[in-house]
Design a protein around this ligand. Sequence first.
Ligand code: N01
Length: 549
Amino acid sequence: MSEEVGGGSVREVRGGKYDVLVVGAGIGGIYSAYRLSQLGLSFRVLEAGSGVGGTWYWNRYPGARCDVDSLDYSFSFSHELEQEWTWKERYATQPDILAYFNHVVDRFNLRKYFIFNSRMASAIFDEIAAVWRVTCGDDQYEARYVIMATGYLSSPLEPDIPGLKDFAGECYFTSRWPKHEVDFSNKRIGVIGTGSSGIQLIPVVARTAAHVTVFQRTANYSVPAQNGPVDPELLKDYRARYKEIRAAERSSWLGTYWATFEVNTKSARTVSDEERLREYEWRWNRGGQGFMVAFSDIMTDLEINKTCGDFVRSKIAEIVKDPVKREALLPPQEDAFACKRLCVDTGYFETYNQDHVKIVNLRKDPIVRVESDGVRTSQELHRCDVLLLATGFDAFTGALTRVDIRGLGGEKLKEKWKAGPVSYLGVLTARFPNMFHVNGPLTVVGNGVTTTEMLVDRIVELMLYSEESKFATIDTSEEAEIAWRGEVLEAAKTMPALFGCKSWFFGANVPGKPSMFMMYFGGLATYHERFRQVAQQGYRGFQFTRRNP
Ligand code: N01
């Protein structure tokens, strides 16, 4: 971290005592910095990377872009910012999003609060002083509150594939992509993983590589992005009505504006087969996640869900010419449509029509091991010069349990969550007082920016309530967190499609991780209404202790 000392010069300051420590310089960290800078509390933001951006800092793989419309995927806290920043494309690229976050940090003079290249190793609660003692390398911090703005998809999942370390060529994770350019030209590339990251990466790699072998364990549903320049009329409309649009986002289910997401409130059961197919066709041509809301019952009615899945399978079958590749790329009939987060692609299935792009169906021909010169499956050795791993994340809990966090009585968070995480309203877990999670386990689903802004607002309000009441600590009870976990599960049950396959929503992608639904699907507006009611009742479910006189 650097601190201004006058005349524009700076000096390094690490360690120290603050009211609040924020961990993570992604969307949650940046917005927390903005909110805290307005409040007169002392704070710093610790970040393992060398810059801001969080997920958009680390996932800088070729082809990375957001699949939420850029006009929606942006901060709402400043009218001026909304008017000044111009998004180029409907779906912004990773470099554009990173440039936006850097602009926000500088525009609001927040950079001085960030301490980069500082990975939190431990946070131990000191019960006598009622403070967290946080260690980052040699640096020691003390803070009354800690906001873990570490996100739910930040802890990379290293696949348990024998021999991975023996590979002699270049090997990169999409989730930790290097800053230098990776040259694929004239090289044989192996890609493991076909979730959102792999699906974005593969078409771009195939443009220059001599040969691409995709190792696919599960074929995924993906719909076209139909990306393009931002529609100038839409931009004009947003700029004129941003206030109203943001209010609509906040009161929506997913934090996206209906005009860009085109939510259809009709049940597919009320329309003819022709109308249903027309709607799907229109959505396919329109592109994007809006496909999921083609009808009100796609996620709630498994028969309707199947019509949607069949439609997407028919489209994939139309696109992919080679019958063997086609068969491999069709999502399994038994997987519900959008049971995993829906992927959005640009030319993904078309890429397989190129002769130099091959797919290995790991369900028929599994990986045996990685060798120095390639990937050996049960049938052959696939020689590769470069190996790319798009194998996902230890979602929700990874960022919090892979560091040493200890609460009351020295209890380890990792131990507490051994059988699955619990937390009240997704923001705090009992016996770990004054430590908040932004997008931790059991948080609410939605557009990453809108959701995060709203979560940080709720956390800051709770902290201010505690400060004004002269409380020392904010905690919760086991009853409250178990009840919240029940609410999360009940909300998920209204969408049986979510249970239609194994996904990171359950932690099912991590070997040995207890399977438990970890995201509140009751809707963003409902979640915040619930939080508001809790606040109105003196923060019912939270527990407070008084400061020593
Ligand atoms: O990760 P994933 P991701 N051997 O977990 C495979 C967000 N995101 O980084 O399905 C072989 O979805 C695994 O196979 P299987 C978005 O929320 C957003 O792609 O488990 N394969 C799967 O194919 C997304 O949902 C954006 O059978 C192995 C893949 O690796 C989330 O991040 C862009 C394996 C992992 O897919 C995660 O997406 C990117 C093994 N041992 C990401 N282990 C946008 O905004 C794992 N796999 C567009």
